[in-house]
Design a protein around this ligand. Structure first.
Ligand SMILES: C[S@@+](CC[C@H](N)C(=O)[O-])C[C@H]1O[C@@H](n2cnc3c(N)ncnc32)[C@H](O)[C@@H]1O
Length: 296
């Protein structure tokens, strides 16, 4: 059995051996607690038939735990200085492929097709670089067909916003965008002390599981998100006022919005933060005939 990478001593040894220094701008906070890693991996549905995508393997602390359980692990790492380190630390694990790529620029569809042709289920497990948490999550949610689950560490504050329910301060367009696609649950709060260097904020592990065809009534997903984002333009304003400012200009705009509120049976005096996803769907469907931009 190999020694875990994720202990303070072994991590320091590896960093020293390779002369590695952290780049704050890349969100480099490495985990040094094997119990936290066991816990993260235990929340992911991984068997030898599962393909795992990791974002930001760092020196491989989480990667080795994933490699022991999964059929195959593909890890995106942006920092070229970590490639020789990973070559060293991952040498016992033949089922790990490291891609030297910015995950936000990667063609996920192509990577999945090429790397996971033999795998049906794909799971994303990562201790995310916190400066790009939301764009990474949204990118994987859009990859609808294959990514069934994400178990990801992020700032606790972002996890709270994602899991928030209507009529709470944290509820907003991010809660709706993620909960539209996934069931979301915080599985663990993680203190700063288990990272080198320590981040400024508390962290949480979030478990996102794909909802299968949860909202079949949606007329147009893109338009639904235009409406939800527009509804939170100014949190203190009513949804009516926000939509007056955010929807495209046109003849009889006020009257048409009024009509849509009536059809959707939504009180225009409410604020966006009080509407549930099914209520937003009703409203967006009612606004759609008047305000969507035809696709070319
Ligand atoms: C929070 S660290 C996690 C490291 C390791 N997985 C761990 O848990 O100890 C984030 C990692 O993401 C990498 N990273 C940052 N931005 C990235 C991007 N756009 N694409 C891919 N990797 C990125 C960093 O270089 C770093 O290795």
């Amino acid at each position: 059995m190999y020694k875990d990478i994720a202990t303070p001593m072994r991590t320091k040894e590896i960093l020293q051996k390779h002369g590695f220094s952290f780049k704050k701008s890349l969100g480099q906070n490495f985990l040094v607690d094997p119990n936290v890693l066991h816990n993260i991996v235990s929340h992911a549905a991984i068997t030898k038939n599962t393909g795992v995508i990791e974002v930001g393997p760092g020196i491989g602390a989480l990667t080795e735990h994933l490699a022991r359980q999964a059929g195959k692990v593909v890890a995106f790492e942006i920092d070229g200085r970590l490639l020789p380190v990973l070559e060293d630390t991952m040498s016992p694990y033949l089922n790990v492929t490291v891609l030297h790529q910015d995950v936000l620029k990667a063609d996920l569809h192509q990577v999945i097709e090429e790397q996971f042709a033999d795998y049906e289920d794909i799971v994303v497990v990562a201790n995310l670089p916190y400066y790009i948490t939301t764009p990474i999550i949204m990118k994987f949610l859009m990859e609808k067909a294959r990514v069934k689950q994400l178990v990801i560490m992020m700032q606790k504050e972002v996890a709270d916003r994602i899991t928030a329910v209507p009529s709470t301060k944290a509820y907003g367009s991010l809660s709706i965008a993620v909960q539209y696609y996934m069931d979301a649950e915080v599985s663990m709060i993680v203190p700063k002390t288990v990272f080198i260097p320590q981040p400024n904020v508390e962290s949480a592990v979030l478990c996102l599981t794909r909802k299968e065809n949860a909202y079949p009534d949606v007329v147009d997903e893109e338009f639904l998100f235009i409406v939800t984002q527009g509804s939170f333009l100014h949190r203190r304003k009513t949804i009516w006022n926000n939509l007056q400012s955010s929807l495209p200009e046109g003849k009889e705009k006020k009257e048409l919005i009024q009509k849509a509120f009536e059809v959707a049976e939504v009180d225009p005096g409410r604020r966006g933060e009080t509407l549930s996803i099914p209520e937003f769907i009703k409203l967006a469907n009612a606004l759609y005939p008047y305000f969507h931009t035809p696709k070319s």
